[in-house]
Write a protein that binds this ligand. Sequence first.
Ligand SMILES: Cc1cc2nc3c(=O)[nH]c(=O)nc-3n(C[C@H](O)[C@H](O)[C@H](O)COP(=O)(O)O)c2cc1C
Length: 189
Amino acid sequence: MSEPIKLVAFCGSLRKASFNHMALNAFIERVPAGVSVETIEIGDWPLYNADIQATGFPDKVQAAQKAMLAADGVVFATPEYNYSVSGVLKNAIDWLSRMTPQPFAAKPIAIMGATMGLLGTARAQYHLRQMMVFLDGRPVNKPEVMIAQAQNKFVDGKLTDEATGKMLADLGAATMLAVRHARAVAHIK
Ligand SMILES: Cc1cc2nc3c(=O)[nH]c(=O)nc-3n(C[C@H](O)[C@H](O)[C@H](O)COP(=O)(O)O)c2cc1C
């Protein structure tokens, strides 16, 4: 029996009726047995400011880092704002990137995104992947979960599109494999 796998998740949208929140919930409902997901709220973190950092990292940033260091991987649900990730998500990444140990390093990173537009947050996701490469994370390459026209795929907060459900389940399975691979490599070292 494999050890349980813990993931921490971030959603880049703050609004109540967020399709990205719905997508993240649908992902959580489909993760393989033995995988758990803790969602970290980032909406009330201060804007990154090196002067604040100099007086100490905010408690919520420290708590997020601790949860990430205790976890095996990271999950992002990102909206696309002006062809990139939302400010709130970038702010959280900026804070966490300044911490030691830097908590994205060597972690499998699962990425999904939902938009009412036609490209399913593709442009935002490629920015996010680029950020994760800089931070030495291990973005899961496939499947790329780009949920276009999200307004047609959720009803009353629940995912109704079967193909999207399958992609989310496949992302959970791929992330589990990436964690197992990372554990095996750590064992060999
Ligand atoms: C400031 C802003 C910029 C946006 N830019 C884009 C964009 O570049 N591409 C896109 O597909 N949708 C864009 N949208 C639409 C959002 O993707 C859409 O509102 C989506 O539902 C937001 O995610 P949420 O439902 O999780 O809040 C933008 C929305 C806002 C508020």
